[in-house]
Design a protein around this ligand. Structure first.
Ligand SMILES: [Zn+2]
Length: 429
């Protein structure tokens, strides 16, 4: 879906539906707006069901304040207006009450965007606005003061969150990303003390962004077409299963001995198309496209292990909690986890973005999963289904360890049980 081609009414209705569908707002909460090129504001209406909003129910508020249509604009219209007035670069605003961010708003805290380089790049410093009565000019002033200072993501005390962007898609991605990070931060805090990236580590990440040379590709084989469609289905499935987010989740699948297909950089995981995937051959990407920043690491793993057919880098919420704790995930929770994942590795942050040889030594069919410190997880499989399955099992295992805590903690399967599993399933030592 190319958002730039949508009328504001359609884009707002679609985005609100997505927020509701993925449980990031209630029927009555949340509002979104777009400021168009004429200075008019398109905004979600007051008091209508957010679970079934239609494009024709979006309210059009003209620059002179005239409202067209039968509905009233959202009661939070004053703060949308105040943000646009102080930040000419912001052309869309998303406000809602997702549970983890409301938890931060009630605890009078902000989530730490330094959990991964990507979250920091999208959300930077998250600000905190003092309480104001919903719908009041006072709340608008308090919120706009933080946007005026340069924040794009602001927690509203005892209320929720507000994110701005140059487009609605950017504001939405920022909103979803900070909610995603907040969720993992809460999970990590249940297990220990999460760690965050320093300025030096963020600078290291910024100076190690991969730049692949390009090559002019030839005709597409039937196998490549088939693989592109299959990858599309798995990326969308990853999003719907809560394993990929709008901005996180990279998948590479081997095409032949010297080439693989990978996800593009900076795309929305819910609406990827077969033509979006990028062919990488001998370390070069097909001309006119930009591969995911995970591509060089994936290339190293695929080159080192002929039996690996697919590689995934992702930040599922429970796994991201372990990544922020800089702790490996114990797979001795149930036989399936140990059989699928064996012992999970832990890759230091700097290595995870610069030492591709080390990543290739750590990941193999014998050791198919690793936690990347403050950078998510990486899993491999003989094909895309196998890698996807391993990611799911790893996320379940991480969730199990967390949910065991209030029950008295996890007692991992002992050595004898593990030895019996190795023997019974003929697992390589
Ligand atoms: Zn609200």
């Amino acid at each position: 879906m190319k958002h730039a081609y949508l009328h504001p009414r359609d884009e707002l209705a679609l985005t609100l539906d997505r927020i509701y569908r993925f449980k990031m707002t209630t029927t009555s909460g949340g509002n979104l707006s777009i400021l168009d090129e004429n200075g008019d504001i398109w905004i979600t209406p007051a008091r209508l069901d957010k679970g079934s909003l239609k494009p024709e129910e979006i309210v059009h508020v003209k620059k002179d304040g005239t409202v067209t249509g039968p509905y009233k604009p959202s009661s939070e219209y004053p703060f949308h207006k105040a943000i646009y007035a102080c930040r000419p670069d912001i052309r869309a605003v998303v406000h809602a009450h997702p549970v983890s961010l409301v938890a931060f708003s009630c605890a009078k805290k902000t989530p730490d965007a330094r959990i991964t380089p990507l979250v920091h790049g999208l959300c930077k410093q998250v600000a905190f606005a003092k309480y104001g009565i919903p719908g009041s000019e006072d709340l608008g002033r308090k919120l706009a003061a933080h946007f005026a200072k340069g924040s794009d993501s602001v927690i509203l005390e005892s209320h929720g969150v507000c994110c701005g962007g140059a487009t609605l898609h950017e504001a939405y991605t920022r909103f979803e990303t900070i909610q995603w990070a907040a969720q993992s931060e809460v999970m990590a805090a249940q297990l220990g003390k999460p760690k965050y990236l320093t300025d030096a580590q963020l600078a290291f990440a910024a100076s190690h962004l991969p730049k692949l040379a390009s090559f002019k590709r030839g005709a597409m084989t039937i196998r490549e077409k088939e693989l592109r469609c299959k990858m599309c289905a798995f990326v969308e499935r990853g999003y719907r299963q809560g394993l990929f987010s709008a901005a996180t989740g990279a998948l590479s699948v081997r095409l032949d001995a010297g080439s693989f297909l990978t996800t593009p950089h900076g795309f929305d995981r819910i609406s990827v198309n077969p033509e979006d995937f990028v062919l990488v051959r001998n370390g070069k990407q097909e001309a006119g496209k930009e591969a995911t920043h995970a591509a060089p690491a994936h290339a190293a793993v695929l080159a080192a292990h002929a039996d690996v057919g697919a590689v995934i880098t992702a930040c599922p919420p429970n796994c991201l909690a372990f990544s922020a704790l800089r702790r490996a995930i114990d797979t001795r929770t149930l036989p399936e986890c140990y059989i699928f994942l064996r012992e999970v590795g832990l890759i230091p942050f700097e290595k995870s973005i610069s030492d591709y040889d080390m990543i290739a030594r750590q990941l193999s069919m014998r050791h198919p999963a690793a936690v990347l410190e403050n950078n998510g997880i990486m899993v491999v499989g003989e094909d895309v289904l196998s890698a996807f399955d391993k990611m799911e099992v790893l996320e379940c295992s991480a969730g199990t360890l967390r949910q065991c805590l209030p029950l008295g903690g996890c007692t991992p399967m002992g050595k004898k049980v593990i030895d019996d599993i190795i023997h019974a399933f003929n697992l390589p030592k």
